[in-house]
Design a protein around this ligand. Structure first.
Ligand code: FAD
Length: 464
């Protein structure tokens, strides 16, 4: 007899989702977390939510500064970083409170405080300060997530050379900031700091921003837009060295010999996986050399009864991926048939305007020998975007030529993170260009651009 039917380790996106679904499926469930007040994990405390609060304040500030364009005179607008950070903490704390008191407690899930380590396939040791105890479970779901990687060559001191954890709490804007990495994190922080007045330089080893986005027309448009807004981009440059000089300034030397100085540098690349201290090798759980836990598409590890979800598994490190995997693990444990699909995970970069993507690009499809139809529209063709004066950007939708099934969508433009969902739903359900093109979309809405792009791929759009 075990203490629990299901024990989820880590109360982040994956752990919370797996525990809630397990409880709903009638399982006696425990949820372990070592951080005090840590419910919600990285996403709620140090990731998705605090960044989005700061991005929203940055967006409002930018809009206020540009209010004249809308016929509104505003004088003397300036950000109050103390209040902005208070708002951030209010959002974080109310989400944690809601998770704990409205979603977890009422489901009868046991909250267990302590650092977990597996002793065998069904026994977990929990260390909480001086106290050590063991609990047993028929099924264990590992959802321990990740932390900023302390890459030694970057000499991260958390003061001058910082990670996203410190960047989220900086109340004084550095005059000059170097950001290492032009992925989602790097671009979002660039948007925040540059809007609030820092002079930002982004250094990216790959030749373009958002290296995971393979459509060069879109990444090119993003890069140009960021530069137009005062952000300096150094793409295609590796970093030779980065350190704090005697005068307290950070000096970053690029591989091409160029030197950049700033008050601070933010390293926005690399997450280290929380799998090292779990004793997984001893228990026999298969891992990759980088410490990622190997699972099948039902989130089973190599050891029966042990499942893994979230950042510590394959696929992008995203909250919604972790949540979906957590739900799948819970369903599979309950005997239901559920499988993870890695080809339909949308992702977004919440700069202004946003970037979003799902599926594959036309080039990637052609590399796989798939003939394609591609629809493309500029936001300037959309009436609602015109009315909102948000005409920057473009959208591309890719479909198989043979049956018109949609296989990819890539967007740079207002509310891209919302628009991408129609494309994701189409891919997930095997919908065609014709299905979306034939669905009536309300007018005037930004969503009409998705319909028009599908029509464009079929040669039926109003705008050619
Ligand atoms: C700055 C930033 C912005 C982001 N923005 C977005 C975004 O906009 N959208 C998006 O989808 N994703 C975003 N992410 C990524 C997202 O936060 C992660 O992908 C997600 O939180 C992963 O969930 P998880 O459950 O795997 O792990 P986590 O959320 O990291 O949770 C793991 C939990 O396990 C606990 N833990 C670790 N080891 C143990 C142990 N041995 N015993 C007990 N507890 C343990 C940790 O304390 C932690 O609370 C962002 C990340 C960062 C850093």
């Amino acid at each position: 007899m075990y203490d629990y039917d299901v024990l989820s380790i880590g109360a982040g996106s994956g752990g919370c989702a797996s525990a809630m679904r397990s409880a709903d499926l009638g399982k006696k469930t425990g949820l372990v977390e070592y951080r005090k007040n840590g419910t919600g994990g990285t996403c709620v405390s140090r990731g998705c939510i605090p960044t989005k609060v700061l991005l929203q304040s940055a967006k409002v500030y930018a809009e206020v500064l540009g209010a004249k364009e809308y016929g509104i005179a505003v004088t003397d607008a300036k950000p109050d970083m103390r209040v902005i950070h208070q708002k951030k903490m209010m959002a974080v704390n109310s989400l944690k409170f809601g998770l704990d008191n409205m979603l977890i407690k009422p489901r009868g899930i046991d909250r267990l405080q302590g650092k977990a380590r597996l002793l065998d396939a069904h026994t977990v040791e929990l260390v909480n300060g001086e106290e050590t105890r063991t609990v047993t479970a028929e099924n264990i779901i590992i959802a321990t997530g990740s932390e900023p990687a302390m890459i030694p060559v970057f000499h991260i001191d958390k003061e001058k050379i910082i990670t996203s954890d410190e960047a989220l709490n900086l109340q004084e804007m550095p005059e000059e900031l170097i950001i290492v990495g032009a992925g989602a994190l790097g671009l979002e922080f660039a948007d925040i700091f540059s809007t609030f007045g820092s002079k930002v330089t982004i250094v990216e080893m790959m030749p373009h921003v958002v290296p995971t986005l393979k459509d060069l027309e879109i990444t090119g448009a993003v890069g140009k837009y960021m530069e137009k807004n005062g952000i300096t981009l150094k793409c295609g440059s590796g970093i030779q060295s980065i350190q704090v000089q005697e005068n307290g300034r950070v000096c970053c030397e690029l591989a091409n010999g160029e030197k950049i100085e700033a008050d601070k540098a933010l390293v926005a690349i690399g997450r280290s996986l929380n799998t090292k201290e779990l004793n997984l090798e001893a228990v026999g759980v298969e891992m990759t050399p980088k410490g990622q836990i190997v699972t099948d598409d039902q989130m089973r590890t190599s050891i029966p009864g042990i499942y893994a979800v979230g950042d510590i598994t394959e696929g992008p490190q995203l909250s919604h991926k972790a949540q979906k995997q957590g739900l799948i693990a819970a369903e599979v444990i309950a005997g239901n048939d559920a499988h993870m699909r890695y080809d339909v995970i949308p992702s977004a970069v919440f700069i202004h305007p946003e970037i979003a993507m799902v599926g594959i690009t036309a080039d990637e499809a052609e590399e796989q020998g798939i003939q394609v139809l591609v629809g493309k529209m500029r936001f300037s063709s959309n009436e609602k975007a015109m009315a909102m004066q948000k005409t920057t950007g473009l959208i591309k939708i890719t479909a198989r030529k043979e049956d018109h099934k949609i296989i990819g969508g890539h967007i740079f433009g207002e509310d891209a993170s919302v628009l991408i969902e129609e494309v994701a739903t189409a891919i997930q359900n095997g919908l065609t260009l014709d299905d979306v093109a034939d669905s009536i979309h309300a007018h005037p809405t930004l969503s009409e651009i998705v319909m028009e792009t599908c029509k464009n791929a079929l040669g039926k759009a109003f705008h050619k």
